[in-house]
Design a protein around this ligand. Structure first.
Ligand SMILES: Cc1cc2nc3c(=O)[nH]c(=O)nc-3n(C[C@H](O)[C@H](O)[C@H](O)COP(=O)(O)OP(=O)(O)OC[C@H]3O[C@@H](n4cnc5c(N)ncnc54)[C@H](O)[C@@H]3O)c2cc1C
Length: 326
């Protein structure tokens, strides 16, 4: 990218903050905007694959170990019939996401306000589920979530309990001094019931996008990154590492290219390559929700599901995935 051009990034969650860090360190003129006060938490379980996360810390010149809170020693999936299956952790951990976000933007040009000045060479929409700059798309798919900041669990196992017919799940993720207990679903009663009686000091809520929007990644001089364009696993809701990866892809393309059409072409192509499993997993989710369990397409989605769980830091055999997810 021509260094005299200015890139403005709206949203300083993981994707925007990481992109701002990478562009700034390359000497590319850029500024970030987010009205969220520093340290104010956005709802998120803070769970990810630490092995993949470390790579992005290194690229952002941050010391990775300091963010790790609890490394999983067991992963328990309970299906809607109440049957529990134990998976082996392969890097799954929780992190101090707020500290990571703060460190990413240290030393960069950023403003704790919304982006108002649209007169610029390139705008990046990193505003997550709201797609504040790019705007809504007709065929979107989001679920509601509610998350409690709860007492420490005292153990290092991570729990997922799935609701019937692909309607969401309940999770318990341990952190050092507390835990995240939450649920995501389009059925508000299922969310409330699953959280009933859980002690909590804070309640956080927002929708999560589970549909890849790779056909709606740009508009004029605006390019989307992270959850704004659906880099979230349709089956687990994992979005931290996928959004970091998406921002790294965009960074590499911006670094090497000037022409907007070329940038968009290369970006679209890379997204198709890196996230093709999300398209298959979104179809799987829709089939499960539509009670089309015996569809042949579902069998073809088992292998991407396994790949996706491994990406999240969970090792699973095909039979265990079938038992847990279907
Ligand atoms: C309850 C819940 C639990 C989750 N748990 C996990 C988990 O355990 N692990 C995992 O990997 N993923 C999890 N996710 C998903 C993950 O949090 C997101 O996918 C990921 O954070 C997306 O990053 P992002 O930077 O694209 O968007 P966000 O993190 O949502 O950041 C968007 C930012 O844009 C800002 N913004 C909004 N509008 C504007 C505007 N007009 N101008 C400027 N700024 C604006 C917001 O203040 C926000 O800071 C969870 C999501 C939810 C809702």
């Amino acid at each position: 990218m021509d260094c005299s051009k200015l890139i403005r990034i709206a949203g300083l969650g993981v994707s925007g903050a990481y992109l701002l860090n990478r562009l700034s360190s390359e000497g590319i003129e850029c500024e970030g905007y987010d009205p969220r006060p520093q340290g104010f938490p956005v709802p998120c379980g803070y769970a990810l694959n630490s092995r993949l996360f470390f790579r992005f810390c290194e690229l952002a010149s941050l010391e990775s170990e300091k963010y790790v809170e609890v490394v999983a020693d067991d992963v328990v999936f309970t299906n809607s019939a109440g049957k529990s299956v134990h998976f082996s952790p392969a890097g799954l951990a929780t992190i101090d996401k707020n500290a990571f976000l703060e460190d990413l933007v240290t030393g960069t040009k950023h403003h704790r306000s919304r982006l108002k000045d649209m007169e610029t060479d390139l705008i990046v929409d990193a505003t997550g589920v709201s797609r504040s700059i790019l705007g809504p798309v007709e065929q979107d798919f989001t679920m509601r979530t509610l998350e409690y900041v709860s007492d420490p669990t005292g153990y290092s196992s991570f729990h997922f309990r799935f609701f019937p017919s692909g309607s969401g799940y309940h999770w318990i993720f341990p952190l050092k001094n507390y835990s995240h207990v939450g649920a995501g679903s389009d059925d508000l009663d299922a969310i409330r019931d699953s959280l009933e009686g859980t002690p909590h000091s804070r309640v956080l809520s927002r929708n999560i996008r589970l549909k890849p929007l790779f056909e709606s990644i740009s508009s004029g001089n605006v390019i989307g990154v992270g959850e704004a364009i659906g880099t979230v696993s349709p089956i687990t809701g994992e979005g931290i590492v996928p959004s970091l990866e998406c921002a790294e892809i965009l960074f590499q393309i911006l670094k090497e290219n000037d022409d907007l059409n070329t940038i968009l072409e290369k970006y679209a192509e890379q997204l198709r390559q890196s996230y093709s499993r999300y398209l298959r997993l979104f179809d799987l989710l829709m089939n499960v929700r539509g009670n089309r369990l015996l569809s042949l397409k579902n069998i073809g989605a088992i292998s991407p599901a396994r790949e996706d769980l491994r990406y999240f830091g969970i090792e699973a055999s095909l039979t265990k995935i079938i038992a847990a997810l279907l």
